[in-house]
Write a protein that binds this ligand. Structure first.
Ligand SMILES: Cc1cc2nc3c(=O)[nH]c(=O)nc-3n(C[C@H](O)[C@H](O)[C@H](O)COP(=O)(O)OP(=O)(O)OC[C@H]3O[C@@H](n4cnc5c(N)ncnc54)[C@H](O)[C@@H]3O)c2cc1C
Ligand code: SF4
Length: 509
């Protein structure tokens, strides 16, 4: 008879078919789940994020027990005296008599290192298994990246489409092209009302966690009122189903649109659940492809959505594991400004920033364009320090885990990796925000003015950013036109930009 094994399930591994549970013997193996103070506080996560993760963990443990598994669940109160996973797991290993511990590889480099060191020192057999919930393994990505100077998502994504036959017909992309982005950049009409997001009233398990976080973590960022997220797989499936029926058809059209006091729009709100393991990326992609086949959603929407999950999500994960630990240290533009207080809710007259921070504070959610073109764009233009920006994004969003947060911050918004991910920095003036949102209509600044006290700060910060980073960016072919325009400006115009930027940044500091 094989000896009993301990199966460790981490907070973002809430999938019944996770590799660490394969071949489990329900009679004698023990599943261990731990709520750890060290994980809840290594950055001061948003209160709603803590509730989401801990409540989903407790519900998952309940499901496992109902299915007849032996589960050891350690709550925050039980684990307080252990400073890290390893000591907690060692303690349970010793107490349970198991000499073999099975773990699916964690999503964060920091934890993987801890586990690998533990493998070297432990008397027990510590078995690390691949996380096969992704469609591309870290080795697949390494093979694809081999010998490439730039790692563009688009080509990686096409490979995966071919490999899995997703939206393919006789070896060619359905619709005759790989990408329908050009149809996907519409501003949202004022009279269009997006469907309300799915809501789930907290049950007693969630309510206990809300009370715990309210009293135990009062200083963490974010509002806790009105927690209504899914915390079980059944609920997450309802969110998926609602998205496919009600939002997917217009997802593509309004993917880049922003609206005052509504971050949800036609987005899926699925990242919380996919990243926790409650939904599998494969089933989400399949649901969207089926909607297209059944003519319930158009191709521009379905392709645009599938590209986010099959393309971007898999790609950032591959890049993270390929580049860590050096990726974290990247600071190509030598940015060193402390992150301004407005990211933590300090008053700002810039309405777009105020709206996006407020959405984030209330919901632990903002959609992609808010994260990229408002909050990220501003951090890029002012030269915010990458370490502080990374920490902010990691703690404020309920879907944030380092493997997905860091490439988006280092590569996509800050160009801190020198262009490994993005062919140029996503820098933009106020005109972009004005075109894609209603924020400017309610702002004290004038988006049409280029310089001076009333001018939209994005306008002069954009040119000041290009001027400041000329040495690193001028040779970038995709910035050729921008630099030609900068060079054509009169000395007076350039000086006015620099003066406006100097005054603004001084006040910001
Ligand atoms: C600076 C910055 C930080 C980000 N940090 C995170 C993060 O910590 N966690 C996270 O899951 N996403 C992150 N994203 C990506 C994206 O903004 C979120 O996945 C998305 O807003 C989640 O909302 P949704 O589920 O409604 O997404 P939708 O717009 O409906 O997109 C569908 C799905 O595609 C995936 N996806 C889309 N874009 C990306 C991307 N760039 N990288 C990875 N997956 C993507 C997500 O799984 C998402 O659920 C970040 C983007 C930026 C610009
Ligand atoms: S005017 Fe400028 S600062 Fe104000 S909302 Fe528009 S883009 Fe933002």
């Amino acid at each position: 008879m094989p000896s009993p094994r301990l199966r460790l399930i981490l907070g973002d591994q809430l999938s019944l078919n996770i590799s660490s549970l394969k071949d489990i013997d329900p009679e004698q193996d023990l599943i261990l789940m731990c709520e750890l103070h060290s994980e809840a506080t290594y950055v001061a996560h948003h209160k709603k994020k803590l509730v989401l993760v801990l409540s989903a963990m407790r519900h998952f443990a309940k499901t496992l027990k109902e299915k007849g598994y032996r589960v050891c669940y350690r709550r925050l109160d039980d684990t307080d005296r252990y400073s890290d996973f390893i000591r907690e797991v060692e303690h349970i290993l010793n107490a349970s008599g198991c000499r073999h511990c099975v773990i699916t590889r964690p999503g964060e480099y920091r934890l993987l290192q801890q586990f690998q060191q533990w493998q070297q020192t432990s008397d027990a057999h510590i078995e690390l298994r691949e996380d096969d919930r992704f469609l591309s393994s870290t080795d697949d990505f390494r093979d694809w990246a081999q010998g490439r100077r730039q790692l563009r998502m688009e080509y990686f994504y096409r490979n995966l489409r071919k490999r899995y036959g997703i939206l393919m017909h006789e070896g060619k992309p359905v619709g005759g092209q790989w990408n329908f982005d050009s149809s996907n950049r519409k501003a949202m009409p004022a009279d269009l009302t997006p469907p309300a997001p799915a809501r789930f009233e907290p049950d007693s398990i969630t309510q206990d966690v809300i009370d715990l976080i309210q009293t135990g973590f009062p200083d963490h960022f974010g509002e806790l009122d009105d927690f209504h997220y899914a915390v079980t797989r059944a609920q997450a499936l309802e969110v998926l189903d609602q998205f496919i029926r009600e939002r997917l058809p217009l997802f593509g059209d309004y993917q880049d649109a922003m609206r005052q006091q509504d971050p949800w729009l036609f987005h899926s709100h699925l990242s919380f659940y996919i990243n926790l393991g409650l939904l599998e990326p494969r089933e989400v992609i399949e649901a969207a492809e089926t909607a297209y086949q059944q003519e319930k959603a158009p191709l521009n929407a379905v392709e645009g959505f599938i590209r986010q999950i099959l393309g971007w999500r898999e790609y950032v994960r591959g890049l993270y594991w390929l580049q860590m630990p050096a990726y974290k240290e990247g600071n190509y533009l030598k940015a060193d400004r402390p992150l301004p207080g407005l990211y933590w809710g300090q008053t700002t007259a810039m309405n777009c920033l105020h709206q996006c921070v407020e959405d984030t504070r209330r919901h632990a959610y903002a959609h992609h364009i808010q994260r990229l073109m408002v909050l990220g764009n501003f951090a890029l233009l002012i030269g915010a320090n990458p370490a502080e920006v990374n920490e902010w994004y990691l703690l404020v969003y309920a879907d944030a885990y380092e493997w997905v947060e860091m490439p988006n911050v280092q590569g996509m918004i800050l160009f801190a990796d020198g262009g490994l991910m993005a062919s140029k920095p996503y820098a933009a003036s106020g005109a972009y925000i004005n075109r894609m949102s209603d924020y400017c209509q309610h702002c004290r600044y004038d988006v049409k003015q280029k310089t001076g006290a009333k001018a939209c700060p994005f306008n002069y910060l954009y040119w000041d950013f290009l001027a400041r980073n000329r040495e690193q960016l001028e040779q970038n072919p995709r910035l050729g036109l921008a630099y030609r325009n900068l060079n054509k400006m009169s000395d007076d115009a350039r000086e006015a930009i620099q003066e406006s930027a100097r005054i603004f940044l001084q006040q910001l500091d």
